[in-house]
Design a protein around this ligand. Structure first.
Ligand code: UGA
Length: 440
């Protein structure tokens, strides 16, 4: 099929590249000329494992092109995906302004039948509004073509987005009629070989499904964090307790890692939007508020443990921080718990020496502070530091030289916010070891 994708952020680009890989002819459209020039030269503007290779390969095969021109990019499209960002707006809900503006521009130029598919995370009712906009504007123009709108939310997680697209756990398709669902079924057939993954529903349900999934994931994280916080003072060890939970097939093994709370560009934003939508409908949504509250507290607990260790005095103290990205596998620092901790440490008067294998440029371009030094290596971050805090679960932090750390850190202690060393006996190596649910 001929596919146009509007928005070459991480959702749009992964979708475009993977649909091109599966044999479609794809044109990705973005109004950022620099980004498009880079993509034409094979440069992916953010870190995402496997994506560079897929973009290059699909480009070489002639299946993937890039343009800044909406008319040129959509001229032959059977399907136009809208993959623009919907960040938190001033009222807490998703800001769908740019998405509506784009739909408006499309309605001014489309002159052939096609399916417009909303990939962006949007409040239920948005697709219906966009459908109404097309119906009105195409009618007014006497365009003589029919444009239908469908919802197809994405469930890609940063760091595993290409694999998530190639092997989806489910494909959600929301439409207002069977013919549109059939079109999307055909498009996704290569990704649903056993025909069991595509779930059809109406437009509003598909839009809501995305929020429901992220709320459920956030709920699990906040609940395991809360359980960990209670386990510690009760003398219970959250490590084996997690194992017990994960082994229950009714509960399942994932999103049960206690830590410094969830971050990133999706879970926090979607929770805020859902709370706002609930409020607009007169629902108080107490669970959703609690999920957020627990999450907000979590970084504070790491900070409090460090503060206690220093007897409340940060002056003259230097803290090494491993990990800036909101999780491993990405250079994304949006709503990263690590940055929240670093800000709190700097505000309290500490010096910070931080290291991240790939997210340092993102920090350099958005956050500088005289007390913050970005180190070239994990070891270098620890030189002249009193203690170490591990905030992101990068592979290279998994097996550090603990003896070296014990002899290098001035007040040897590791604040293991990701529970990476939960089975290690660091005490015998001369390192104090603080972990969520045990000593935070
Ligand atoms: C999330 C969802 O997982 C995707 O399905 C969804 O498509 C995406 O949001 C989106 O809405 O676009 P992502 O933000 O990439 O994906 O990150 P996750 O891997 O879900 O992690 C979110 C946060 O939770 C991270 O800060 C992570 O460190 C934290 N987390 C995760 C925990 O603290 N504990 C866990 O057990 C799991």
């Amino acid at each position: 099929m001929n596919i146009a994708i509007i928005g070459t952020g991480y959702v749009g680009l992964v979708t475009g590249a993977c649909l091109a890989e599966s044999g479609n002819s794809v044109i990705c459209i973005d109004n950022d000329e620099q980004k498009i020039a880079g993509l034409r030269a094979g440069t992916v503007p953010f870190h995402e494992p496997l994506l560079d290779a897929v973009v290059l390969q699909a480009g070489r095969q002639g299946n993937l092109q890039f343009t800044t021109r909406l008319d040129e990019g959509t001229r032959l499209a059977d399907i136009v995906f809208l993959a623009l960002g919907t960040p938190t707006g001033s009222d807490g809900n998703a800001d769908i302004g740019p998405l509506l503006q784009c739909a408006h521009e499309l309605a001014e130029i489309l002159d052939h039948d096609c399916l417009v598919v909303v990939k962006s995370t949007v409040p239920p009712g948005t697709c219906e509004d966009i459908q109404a906009l097309f119906d009105t504007m195409l009618g007014r123009r006497a365009a003589g073509c029919a444009v239908k709108v469908a919802s197809n939310p994405e469930f890609l997680a940063e760091g595993s987005a290409v694999t998530d697209f190639r092997l989806p756990a489910r494909i959600v398709v929301g439409t207002s009629d069977d013919a549109d669902a059939e079109t999307l079924k055909q498009l996704y057939a290569p990704f649903d070989p056993d025909g069991t993954r595509l779930i059809e529903m109406n437009l509003r349900s598909a839009e809501f499904a995305k929020y429901a999934c992220n709320a459920m994931l956030a709920a699990r994280i906040s609940l395991i964090n809360e359980l960990a916080n209670i386990a510690g003072p009760l003398g219970a060890d959250i490590g084996p307790v997690c194992q017990v939970l994960k082994s229950d097939p009714r509960i399942g093994p994932r999103y049960l890692e206690p830590g410094a709370g969830y971050g990133g560009s999706c879970l926090p934003k979607d929770l805020r939007a859902l709370i706002r939508m609930a409020g607009d409908k007169g629902e108080t949504a107490p669970m959703l508020h609690s999920i957020e509250e627990v999450n907000r507290r979590q970084v504070g607990l790491v900070f409090n443990a460090i503060e206690k260790y220093f007897w409340g005095r940060f002056q003259g103290r230097c803290v090494a921080v491993w990990g800036l990205a909101f999780k491993a596998g990405t250079d994304d620092i949006r709503e990263s718990p690590s940055l929240a901790l670093i800000r709190a440490l700097l505000d309290a008067g500490a010096q910070v020496r931080a290291y991240d294998p790939i997210a340092e440029p993102a920090v350099e371009s958005s956050f500088t502070h005289p007390g913050l030094v970005l180190a070239d290596s994990a070891e270098q971050a620890c030189l002249d530091a009193d203690v170490l805090v591990v905030m992101t679960e990068w592979e290279e932090f998994m097996t550090p030289d603990f003896r070296w750390l014990a002899s290098t850190l001035r007040s040897p202690a590791i604040f293991d916010a990701r529970n990476l060393y939960q089975d290690k006996d660091l005490k015998s190596l001369g390192l104090r070891h603080y972990q969520p649910g045990r000593t935070f």
